[in-house]
Design a protein around this ligand. Structure first.
Ligand SMILES: Nc1ncnc2c1ncn2[C@@H]1O[C@H](COP(=O)(O)OP(=O)(O)OP(=O)(O)O)[C@@H](O)[C@H]1O
Ligand SMILES: [Mg+2]
Length: 363
């Protein structure tokens, strides 16, 4: 439904130019939910704005539903209003001087060919029903809560039944609780309408929870894409491992490798573990062993694990506590049930689940 090929884009700056996109390629199948995730400034919004027709790329092509809307080689750049898309941004951008009905009806009123008033009314009410706002049709748009305003923005984006829905951080203006609730609502809404979705966020939990495919961007490139579990569990490089959730790094040395497994002795703690290895490694190689906080069990007695640490910090977070543990010169993060109560300075013993470790050649 969406194909993006070789997208490049530079912006003029005071001292020359800055290349925001360095060659972006991806596609989204019909009904797919594809998320661009990455740190601030990596080029997520620029990519989405090129797809929307709000920004003209320097190179590359874009097609929506089989129709080529951008092709820089042919000088083709269809304006946003000619693209079959719905758009929602972080700021609700609903029009304060109109009521809810008029806000949602607007895209239909400017659409060509013209629709009759009864058809417009039916479509607006259908879109409002989709987002649970049919009782608010006559309400002034400014007299709505943040979450309600964003629901109106979703209704307005969907009212033309676009082939492609483009969402740029649509939930980040909402408070934490509402954001989580709207995450499920939005997901359900998208599932019901079956609309193909390109979603932009820097919130990794949002990306993991909602998407079919997550593409991690860094400095104008997609560095890895795949199903959320795959990208989280099998990061291809350190950038991805760091960006998606918190990752612990321990330096180690390979003592034996083969058949997709390596035996590694961890430099700190002199403990041997046997871990999956996707890269070719030979005995003696220095490696970084990467593992997630949830893949470590933390105990306050020596029987609990082979690696001895000291508790540096305990951060109570309600449903769980996060521990920072010192192992030699390294700080590790682990998650612990809140009923366990350790104090900074206590000894702790950890066990790492070897099958969940990821190895990278030391760098
Ligand atoms: N109009 C512009 N003129 C110059 N530079 C720009 C312009 N728009 C964006 N940039 C730069 O291009 C880079 C990519 O910007 P973009 O808005 O795509 O980032 P982003 O990934 O969406 O970040 P965020 O998460 O902060 O929204 C940034 O370094 C930004 O400063
Ligand atoms: Mg952005």
């Amino acid at each position: 439904m969406l194909t993006v090929r070789g997208l490049t884009k530079s912006y003029a700056t005071a001292d020359g130019s800055f290349q925001a996109l360095k060659g972006i390629d991806f596609e989204i199948p019909a009904g797919g939910f594809y998320t661009l995730l990455g740190e601030s400034g990596c080029g997520k919004s620029t990519t989405l704005r090129c797809v929307a027709g709000l920004e003209e790329p320097d190179g590359g092509s874009i097609s929506i539903g089989g129709e080529v809307v951008t092709d820089t080689a042919r000088g083709l750049h269809a304006p946003a209003f000619e693209r079959d898309i719905g758009l929602v941004f972080q700021s609700y951008a609903i029009w304060p001087h109109m009521d809810v009905f008029a806000n949602v009806a607007y895209p239909l009123k400017v659409a060509r060919p013209r629709l009759g008033a009864p058809e417009i009314k039916a479509r607006v009410l259908e879109a409002l029903r989709l987002v649970g706002m049919e009782d608010f049709a006559g309400r002034q748009a400014t007299k709505l809560s943040g979450g309600q305003q964003q629901r109106v923005a979703f209704a307005r984006a969907l009212v033309r039944r676009p082939k492609l829905l483009l969402l740029d951080e649509p939930l980040s203006n909402l408070d934490a609780k509402l954001r989580e609730q709207m995450r499920f609502e939005l997901q359900e809404l998208i599932r019901r309408t079956g609309v193909t979705t390109l979603y932009v966020t820097h919130d990794q939990s949002e990306a993991l929870a909602m998407s079919d495919t997550v593409a991690v961007m860094s400095a104008g490139r997609i560095v890895q894409s795949g199903a959320p579990r795959e990208v989280y569990g099998q990061p291809d490089n350190r950038t991805v491992a760091h960006f998606l959730g918190s990752a612990n790094f321990l330096r180690g040395r390979v003592i034996e490798a083969g058949d997709g497994l390596a035996t590694v002795v961890l430099a700190e703690g002199a403990v041997e573990i046997r871990v999956p290895s996707r890269v070719a490694l030979s005995a003696g190689a220095a490696v970084d062993v990467i593992f997630r906080p949830e893949d470590v069990t933390t105990h306050l007695d020596p029987a609990g694990g082979a690696i001895e640490c000291s508790v540096e910090r305990v951060v109570f977070q309600g449903g769980m506590s996060e521990y920072q543990l010192r192992l030699g010169s390294t700080l590790l993060r682990t998650v612990v049930h809140p009923s366990v109560s350790a104090q900074p300075g206590d000894r702790a013993w950890i066990a790492i689940r070897p099958e969940r470790c990821i190895l990278f050649a030391a760098g």
